[in-house]
Every structure is written in structure tokens, then in C-alpha cells.
Design a protein around this ligand. Structure first.
Ligand SMILES: N[C@@H](CCC(=O)N[C@@H](CS)C(=O)NCC(=O)O)C(=O)O
Length: 303
């Protein structure tokens, strides 16, 4: 089994992106089920304020955002095409659009009584109400605004037309999948598989591509508890990290996403690379941990 632990919940589209990458990569992984909304005390002990899901963990290293998680999966599985930075600019530009604008349009398009019913079934009526309140607040504090229902539906249609044109071969950018296929899949999975809206029926190539993507499955997962994950962090040292020539190096910083869910992680900036920054957090329950966050789409400030 690989040492990769995924903190996620079943109805989370970005988690589905990673679960499917894990299926494709052939890595076995450990699964921690988390609540659909904060508080998530065990996870927060490790990642501090970062509130988005999924989060991945290897020992005492925590990886925030699917961009960084994909890089880790690419490295562990020897499948470089899964890391966004290993793909050309056309792929990277496509993923920037599908992971934000198209994702938000799909969320709006998927909402309705079917989704609410599923949420109540997988949690409870009270939890579903708390969830809605949480997401309304999250939207209010976001820097990006979601479209209204009519525009969102149009945006999803426009996206499907474009995917249908791109699919001249089995996958979006060639005969085998890369990061873009997983990024484009998860939002449509939310609309088609969870909200059960058959939006791809009029797009045969997209429909078949979705089936090819689903066939990767989620791979071999072993459930563990959030306390087990804390124990694993405590029993391990963070892995060595390269220092970078940054003004705030070795200083206490806070790093937060620029778009939504903008609660910051604070800690000591200890290094990183071109794609990520790494901060050290000293925690009560598991000692020192390193939190890895993307540079793109995140802001850093002195704390
Ligand atoms: N850019 C992030 C987006 C992650 C994201 O938006 N996740 C949603 C769930 S799919 C989320 O965190 N929602 C708020 C929450 O679960 O508390 C990534 O690539 O990981």
C-alpha cells in the first residue's frame, strides 16, 4: 500500500477528481471520511485554517488543493501526465477554466431537490440545513461570483459543445488521459451522476468519454479513522524540503486561497519549489507537520 491518505467525503467533486486519479494510477491508498462542512477538528489540527476538501497526507506532510495532490500521485505512481505542470500551456489553460468557472456553473446546474434529497440521506436533515447555510456564507465571502441558474445552464452547454469538438480521440488531449481529463470529469460527474441530470446525452463523444473515465474506478482503498491519521502524522517527521529565495523565508506567514473558502493557514515558511510553498506548523497532537500549498491561486502575507 502507498502511504497516501486522502481526507474526503463522497459527494465532493474535487475529491472525485483525486479518487479517479488514484484508480487510474493503480496506487493503493488510505481513506479518511470527513464531514461535509467544518468543524473537522482532527484535520484542522494538521492543516490549520485551510477548509477545502480534499486534503492528502503522507506521514507528517499535508497536501492542500488537487493541484498539489495530483503532483504527489504522479510522483508516487510514475505517471507524470497526472501533474498539471508536466503538461503544455494549452492543457494548463483548459484546467484553469474547468476547475473554477465550469466547476461553479456545474454546482449551480446540479442544485435542486435531487441533490438535497441525497445530502439528507447521506447525512441528516439538520446537517443538510447546516451545509446549505455554510455554503451560502462561503459564497458571500468569495472573490468569485457564481452565475445565476439560467447562465450556469448555458455555460455548461457551451462547455459540453467544446468537449464534444475536442474529443477527436479517446481522451481530451490525446489517446491517453492527462490531468485535464480528471479536471473536466469531476464537475460533470456532479451533474450527471449525483444530480442525475442527463446533460451529456446529446453529446455522444462526451458520454462515451465519461464512461471511459468512470471505468478507472477508485482503486484499492483502506478506511482509517481521523485519529489514525493524526497518529501517523505524530509518528513521522516531515520530509526534507528545499529552501527558496523568498523574502518571507523563515518568517511566520499566512497563506490563503484567492477565490473562495479563503481562510488562511499560518506557520513558518520553510521552502518549496516552483509550484508550491511549504509551511511548518507546530501542533499539539502531532508535533511538527509541513503543509504544502500551491503558489498559483493563493496569496501569502506576513503573519
Ligand atoms: N481548488 C481546490 C478546490 C477544492 C474545493 O472547492 N472543494 C470543495 C468540495 S468539492 C470544498 O472544499 N468545499 C468546502 C468544504 O468542503 O468545506 C482544489 O483543487 O482542491
Amino acid at each position: 500500500m502507498s502511504a497516501l491518505i486522502l481526507h474526503h467525503y463522497p459527494m465532493s467533486p474535487f475529491s472525485e477528481k483525486i479518487r479517479l486519479m488514484l484508480g487510474y494510477s493503480g496506487l493503493s491508498w488510505q481513506s479518511v471520511s470527513v464531514r461535509e462542512l467544518p468543524p473537522r477538528p482532527e484535520l484542522a489540527e494538521m492543516v490549520g485554517g485551510y477548509r477545502k476538501i480534499p486534503v492528502a497526507q503522507i506521514g507528517a506532510d499535508l497536501f492542500c488543493d488537487t493541484r498539489i495532490i495530483a503532483t504527489e500521485i504522479a510522483r508516487l505512481s510514475g505517471k507524470p501526465e497526472l501533474a498539471l505542470e508536466n503538461n503544455d500551456e494549452a492543457v494548463q489553460a483548459f484546467v484553469r477554466v474547468v476547475d473554477l468557472e465550469v466547476f461553479l456553473a456545474c454546482l449551480v446546474s446540479a442544485s435542486g431537490s435531487k441533490m438535497l434529497g441525497k445530502l439528507i440521506k447521506s447525512t441528516s436533515l439538520l446537517e443538510a440545513m447546516r451545509f446549505l447555510k455554510d455554503r451560502i456564507n462561503m459564497g458571500r465571502n468569495a472573490r468569485v461570483k457564481a452565475l445565476g441558474p439560467k447562465q450556469a445552464k448555458e455555460r455548461v452547454q457551451e462547455h459540453l459543445v467544446s468537449l464534444e469538438q475536442m474529443l477527436k480521440q479517446d481522451f481530451l488531449f490525446g489517446d491517453s488521459p492527462n490531468n485535464a481529463d480528471f479536471a473536466a470529469f469531476h464537475s460533470l460527474w456532479f451533474v450527471c451522476d449525483l444530480a442525475e441530470k442527463p446533460v451529456t446525452l446529446a453529446f455522444p463523444k462526451v458520454h462515451q468519454w465519461m464512461d471511459r473515465m468512470r471505468a478507472f474506478g477508485h482503486g484499492n482503498q483502506t478506511p482509517i479513522s481521523s485519529d489514525d491519521a493524526l497518529d501517523i502524522a505524530r509518528e513521522n517527521e516531515p520530509r526534507p524540503v528545499s529552501r527558496t529565495a523568498e523574502k518571507l523565508m523563515d518568517q511566520s506567514v499566512s497563506i490563503a486561497p484567492n477565490d473562495y473558502g479563503r481562510t488562511p493557514v499560518t506557520g513558518l515558511l520553510v521552502g518549496g519549489d516552483e509550484q508550491r510553498r511549504v509551511i511548518n506548523r507546530d501542533t499539539e497532537r502531532c508535533g511538527a507537520v509541513h503543509v504544502h500549498l500551491p503558489r498559483q491561486g493563493f496569496s501569502i502575507r506576513e503573519h
